[in-house]
Design a protein around this ligand. Structure first.
Ligand SMILES: [Zn+2]
Length: 264
């Protein structure tokens, strides 16, 4: 099976919209907050537009930009926070998707100036190891982009001080899963640390075993993931062909009737 590195334009747009709807339903964003991007080529990215509710995103709203942020296609302006995404891509060629949101628990930790480091959950170590806190910088500043890009080299996501959360992945599914995982563990961390006020840590030698397992999974995922995308695409290709044919047919019917009414 041919393994391809990037999603097509069509796939990227579809999954950005689906992810945006999910992000809004999961209450990780409200109003016009949050943004999502997907890399579709070495120098081409689909991103969510500025000032748009993620719950009502449609494909025609999305914007295609290059690494410098220049608009390649789309009627709207890209998100004003797109610089964070582009910095991550620039420094990390294996990353193909970035998600940014303001989920309540993880954002609360970022406001308290806390990162998620305590080894209290086996699954957390396997999925994220630790979630660092990036210090506060203006949302569109170069410093913020650089600080996040550095974290992307070693982590799956980061808390942004007094702002929210950013995650990335080999594809959009992985990037969103990391966002879900961070919010879930932030909730558990706050519950054990502040409400129950007691949390037992996993022994250091067991933590080592889990970290090694995480590294092995990450390595495998790099190649496994794209095959999965290709597989998913096979059935989609058939559906898309049917849609295309329906479009052609509809166009033909419309033209036929337009001609008929012009004659009258
Ligand atoms: Zn934000």
């Amino acid at each position: 099976m041919k393994v391809r590195k990037y999603m097509t334009d069509k796939e990227a747009k579809r999954y950005i919209c689906e992810t945006g709807h999910k992000m809004y339903r999961d209450k990780y964003v409200i109003a016009t907050a949050g943004n999502i991007s997907v890399r579709v080529g070495e120098n081409a990215f689909w991103v969510t537009p500025t000032q748009t509710n993620k719950g009502t995103l449609t494909e025609d709203m999305l914007v295609k930009i290059d690494q410098e942020g220049n608009v390649i296609s789309g009627r709207d302006l890209p998100s004003s926070e797109v610089g964070m995404h582009l910095s991550v891509y620039k420094e990390n060629p294996e990353i193909n998707a970035v998600c940014h949101a303001h989920p309540v628990y993880a954002t609360s930790l970022s406001i308290a100036g806390l990162s998620i480091e305590k080894p209290i959950l086996a699954e957390m170590i396997m999925q994220l190891n630790a979630v660092p806190l990036v210090p506060y910088y203006a949302y569109d500043s170069e410093e913020l982009g650089k600080a996040i890009a550095n974290e992307a080299k070693v982590h799956n996501g980061a808390l942004l001080a007094n702002h929210g959360v950013i995650t990335w992945g080999y594809d959009i599914f992985e990037a969103y899963q990391k966002l879900e995982a961070i919010e879930h563990y932030a909730h558990i961390f706050i519950t054990t640390d502040s409400i129950i006020k007691k949390s037992n840590e996993i022994e250091a030698k067991e933590v080592d075993v889990l970290r090694k397992a995480k590294n092995a999974i990450d390595e495998k995922r790099k190649s496994f993931n794209f095959k999965e995308v290709v597989k998913r695409t096979k059935e989609q290709e058939v559906n898309e062909k049917v849609e295309e044919m329906e479009d052609v047919y509809r166009g033909f019917v419309n033209k036929f009737y337009a001609r008929g009414s012009a004659k009258k």
